[in-house]
Structure formats: C-alpha cells, structure tokens
Design a protein around this ligand. Structure first.
Ligand SMILES: [Cu+2]
Length: 120
C-alpha cells in the first residue's frame, strides 16, 4: 500500500467515525429516555404507588410474595392482556401503551384488583 492511499484511508476512517458519533448523539437528543417505575406485588395486592404513570412508561413489577400470580390487564378499550405467570421473586415488565384507565388483576387471586389511571 502506498503512502497516499494510507493517508486517504485514515482520513476516511476519521470522517466515518465522526459521522457515526454525530448520528448517535442526535438520536439521543430526539428520543426521550425510557421511564421505568418499580412496583411491588404482595400476597393480596399491588403495593400503593406514588409515581404518576404516563403513556410509554414501563412498569417493573416484582412479585415479593412467596406465591405465584398470574396478572392480566384490562385496557381502556376492553382488550385483555395476559402477563403469564409470575413466580415468587420474579420481576416482570409491562409498557403502558397509552393514557387511560387500566385494571390490573390476577387470575389466581381475584382479590387483587387495582385500577391505574395513566396520564398522557
Ligand atoms: Cu395472584
């Protein structure tokens, strides 16, 4: 490889590196950081939350009891979404798709029934 070509190549590498780092930071500016709320599930209820749930936020729900739960969520339009089975100690996540009133319930323990109002 001659000297000219080497110089040209290293120059191109600098340009490519600069382009990638620029597009990376631009992406970070336009995309908002994901918001994750911690929520606990005990034997008979969801622990009271103090955060304000908003559309696109994610709930990280930890089953702090020593029994299995099977949480499902009724969406504002009536759609039911099953979150499978949550074993003791397990953390599962659910991302809130939109604003509105959601009902969080357990198939195994009907006493678990919590309404969540989601802000836009
Ligand atoms: Cu349960």
């Amino acid at each position: 490889m001659n000297r000219e070509l080497k110089r040209w190549l290293s120059g191109m590498m600098l340009i490519i590196t600069a382009l990638f780092s620029t597009s990376g930071s631009a992406e970070q500016l336009t995309e908002s950081q994901p918001v994750i709320h911690q929520l606990s599930l005990t034997h008979h209820d969801f622990e009271e939350w103090t955060f304000t749930p908003r559309a696109n936020d994610t709930l990280a729900i930890t089953n702090k009891s020593d029994i299995a739960h099977s949480i499902y969520i009724t969406y504002p339009d009536g759609t039911v979404v099953n979150l499978d089975v949550q074993l003791p100690g397990e953390t599962f996540t659910w991302t809130i798709p939109a604003a509105g009133n959601y009902m969080l319930q357990c198939w195994i323990h009907p006493i678990i029934r919590e309404e969540m109002t989601v802000s836009p």
